[in-house]
Design a protein around this ligand. Structure first.
Ligand code: SF4
Ligand code: SF4
Length: 381
């Protein structure tokens, strides 16, 4: 099996403010290109696109290709589960949405402290093991955004896990909050292969600051910026798959081209990556990957990733771009029902959902001070 998987978490949309408005025609074309190029691994999950990712997969893949020509990974949403009876109901719903009668790979989705109700209060591990025995799951694994110690404990308790999905990328490799390298080493200690998620950190590493971009382009003008990030993780031992969360046909073409000409990074290139990480860390304001996990939990209807995206653009591109980013903020705030940064009541409900461990209410104050002071005459904290 080729090592790049199609991550169906950020599919093309008809309306960027509506996660359910998937552009099915473009998804079909992306799937066709992916399959034609010899790639076969597809990754979806129950909450992606508010349930529509699994349906888009059925329409683009399951209804159009023979079952033995691809493999599908889906996930049990532990963070939504607090009753035993939900297990069967959600699993059956997933089979129905995807149109499959078994999953090739099935993951316990984000095993971590905040999802414990879903696997300690309810015996979800027993449930998925039973499904595997029935033949409805071929390979059982887990995904996690927890720290290395937590993952080590879980894998010790569940040696039946055959693989693990981890957030690995060059920016998070040495980051003490995300602990990419340490988590990867734990997986190797337990002797299980790794599926890489967020190799581009939610697209962030496709748009690195100009200085960082120049370093990479000066070294090799023919290699795309994205290819550096993909090569970084693909070259690691025991990585069985790297998920590419593309959201356009063009990005899919570029990723496939990069993977076809794959070469592991040389020691000289790894030194350049170290410099790139230094540049990004000196400019990044909020490490939000736009996963959207927090949005549904905000009682004030604040589109947290959207505000963080504007804030990052403002901080990275400096004050001269304030008017452009500021206008985007005003446009956002005029849409009925959108909460703005000053609506945040610091309830913290979003924080426990955030795999990047961002102190959202604190950053929200900076967003408020940055945008609303100028735009609305707010005096700041
Ligand atoms: S802390 Fe603020 S942003 Fe987070 S859920 Fe509460 S109101 Fe929303
Ligand atoms: S703030 Fe955290 S949970 Fe929300 S979109 Fe960003 S990374 Fe995801």
């Amino acid at each position: 099996m080729k090592k790049m998987g199609f991550g169906m978490m950020r599919l093309p949309l008809k309306d960027n403010d509506d996660l359910t408005s998937i552009n099915q025609k473009e998804v079909n074309e992306m799937v066709d290109l992916f399959m034609k190029s010899g790639y076969t691994y597809f990754d979806t999950a129950y909450p992606y696109h508010e349930g529509r990712s699994e349906v888009a997969l059925r329409k683009a893949l399951v209804e159009r290709y023979p079952r033995d020509s691809y493999v599908v990974a889906d996930k049990l949403p532990l963070f939504l589960i607090n009753k035993e009876e939900q297990l069967e109901q959600i699993f059956n719903e997933q089979l129905e949405r995807t149109g499959l009668d078994y999953f090739d790979y099935y993951l316990m989705h984000n095993v971590s402290g905040f999802s414990e109700d879903g696997f300690i209060g309810v015996d979800s591990f027993k449930f998925v093991n039973e499904k595997k025995a029935e033949g409805k799951i071929k390979h059982l694994g887990l995904s996690s955004h927890a720290d290395a110690e937590y993952i080590d404990n879980i894998l010790s308790q569940h040696p039946e896990m055959e693989f693990i999905q981890l957030q690995l990328n060059y920016l998070d490799w040495k980051n003490e909050g995300i602990q990419s390298r340490k988590c990867y080493e734990v997986a190797r200690k337990h002797g299980i292969p790794v599926i890489v998620m967020e190799p581009l950190k939610g697209g962030f590493l496709a748009n690195v600051p100009d200085d960082a971009c120049k370093l990479m382009k000066d070294y090799n003008p023919d290699k795309s910026i994205v290819s550096w990030a993909m090569r970084y993780v693909t070259g690691l031992d025991d990585v069985m798959m790297v998920l590419s969360g593309v959201n356009t046909y063009k990005q899919m073409e570029e990723n496939i081209s990069d993977m076809e000409n794959f070469e592991a990074l040389s020691s000289e290139e790894l030194s350049i990556i170290d410099e790139v990480v230094g540049i990004i860390n000196s400019q990044i304001a909020v490490p939000c990957t736009k996963c959207n996990y927090c949005i549904a939990h905000c009682p004030k209807n604040i589109n947290i990733p959207k505000l963080f995206d504007m804030y990052n653009n403002e901080k990275i591109e400096n004050i001269e771009t304030f008017t452009a980013v500021g206008n985007a903020y005003v446009n956002y705030s005029r849409v009925e029902g959108n909460g703005i940064a000053s609506d945040c009541i610091e309830c913290g409900l979003c924080v426990k959902e955030c795999p990047q461990h961002i102190d959202i209410p604190t950053v929200m104050k900076d967003v408020k001070n940055t945008f609303e002071k100028e735009l609305y005459g707010f005096n700041g904290d």
